[in-house]
Write a protein that binds this ligand. Structure first.
Ligand SMILES: [Zn+2]
Length: 424
């Protein structure tokens, strides 16, 4: 056996000793490979009697052609029959699932490639030379992912899914906070769907959820109170802070627009907006010469100039900083003691853009305080969700939105959890 024949044997899930001959014919469509097998003796698996040769047939098999250009494989196969009980079999059962053209080798290769969330069905088709429709069919057939049991700490988040065949713009993702995997993907985050879904899960299982982390989408809270009576509900602090930052940004825009675009105020509020919003900036950097303002300034100087534009900008900025300090350093007990003072500060400032945030703090007070509870030293948050969400958004972007919601669910769970592949 040469290397090529060894490779063909491997692609056919066979031992090269069992192969009689391999002949290749090249034509304009690529390479046709004709394989014939050595004759074997089989015992009937029902009655252990010897089986008798009962004809031959030709079978075309799909194999990945990574190593070759447009390879087509044809096997000369034999059919055997047990004349005692009528049982029959072929000698190529180990090459592919019964009566299927796709070889085990191609199924394994396809499923392996699809573990990578960057991989589209089309890209897998290009790599393996197997048509995209076949790749999708193989994925649908061999990926079986049941719902995973609800975890003790459950995070619920959503991703925007355009082109869904379901009447919903958002898919709802259930995550396991501890294991960092996806427990399920629901085609909708609508209340009626969530009701239907959760009614289908036994109460005993739902009652095992001890913590539930959600964003501030009201139906989630209603659902949580109805179906997770034993769980402590937390809101994801990331979403709270993001809301506040967006509000401050709206205030910045309101002030900016009140000035002439050629003014220094407009320049500062526009060009240096990140100083108000981005906390990762080092304010005490080395001063640089600013041509517009004709002097040396570092970021702290520039921020001070922005805050001096109007006392409301300063107040809004300081309140935001106060909230972030509260959010990032307080213990559960401190959060409980201080949240009312904080809410009063926001009310007292009477800033138009913060009205919604004040309502949010009032409506979600208990859930915000709960978000300060630490599990193994880490606050319960949707951070796991956010990072997995990036992967999901990537899959959805790359696959241009898989329309079929069951296929989308499986594609997401398979590339994140990396299991659910079955050769049967
Ligand atoms: Zn038999």
């Amino acid at each position: 056996m040469n290397d090529f024949e060894e490779m063909i044997a491997k692609l056919l899930n066979s031992d090269s000793k069992d192969i009689e001959s391999v002949n290749t014919v090249k034509d304009e469509n690529g390479t046709a490979v004709y394989v014939s097998l050595k004759r074997k003796e089989f015992l009937c698996d029902r009655c252990r009697k010897p089986m008798v040769l009962n004809g031959t047939f030709k079978r075309a098999l799909v194999v990945p052609d990574r190593a070759f250009e447009n390879i087509r494989v044809f096997i000369k196969a034999r059919r055997y029959r047990c004349f005692h009980c009528g049982n029959s079999r072929s000698d190529i059962g180990h090459m592919s699932p019964a009566n299927k053209k796709a070889s085990y080798a191609s199924i394994i290769e396809i499923m392996d490639l699809l573990k990578d969330p960057h991989m589209t069905f089309k890209a897998v088709s290009d790599i393996t030379g197997i048509p995209e429709t076949t790749v999708i069919r193989i994925f649908d057939t061999h990926c079986h992912i049941p719902r995973i049991r609800l975890p003790e700490i459950l995070c619920i988040d959503e991703v925007y899914t355009k082109n869904s065949d379901y009447k919903s713009k958002y898919s709802c993702i259930l995550y396991d906070f501890r294991k960092h995997n996806v427990a399920d993907v629901l085609p909708s985050r609508r209340k009626d769907y969530l009701h239907m879904y959760l009614t289908g899960i036994r109460k005993e299982e739902r009652d095992c959820v001890k913590y539930l982390c959600i964003d501030m989408y009201l139906p989630y809270k209603e659902i949580a109170l109805t179906y997770f009576k034993k769980a402590i509900i937390c809101v994801d602090s990331f979403h709270v802070v993001k809301h506040l930052n967006d509000d401050l940004n709206r205030l910045r825009i309101r002030y900016m627009k009140s000035y002439d675009p050629s003014s220094q105020e407009y320049y500062l509020l526009n060009r240096f907006r990140f100083l108000l919003l981005d906390r990762s900036v080092d304010l005490d950097n080395k001063a640089r010469f600013n041509k517009r303002l004709q002097r040396y300034l570092n970021y702290r100087d520039l921020l001070e100039l922005i805050l001096s534009i109007h006392s409301e900008i300063r107040t809004a900025y300081e309140l935001k900083e106060e909230y972030i300090a509260f959010n990032s350093s307080f213990s559960y007990e401190e959060a409980q003691e201080n949240i009312d003072i904080l809410i009063d500060d926001f009310i007292g400032a009477d800033i138009r853009e913060y009205e919604e945030f004040v309502t949010l703090l009032r409506n979600w007070k208990a859930e915000i305080i709960n978000s300060f509870i630490r599990i193994d030293g880490i606050r319960i948050n949707n951070g796991v969700a956010e990072s997995i969400n990036e992967t999901i958004s990537l899959i959805i972007y790359i696959t241009k939105g898989i329309r079929n919601s069951e296929r989308r669910r499986k594609r997401i769970m398979y590339s994140i959890n990396k299991n659910g592949f079955n050769l049967r």
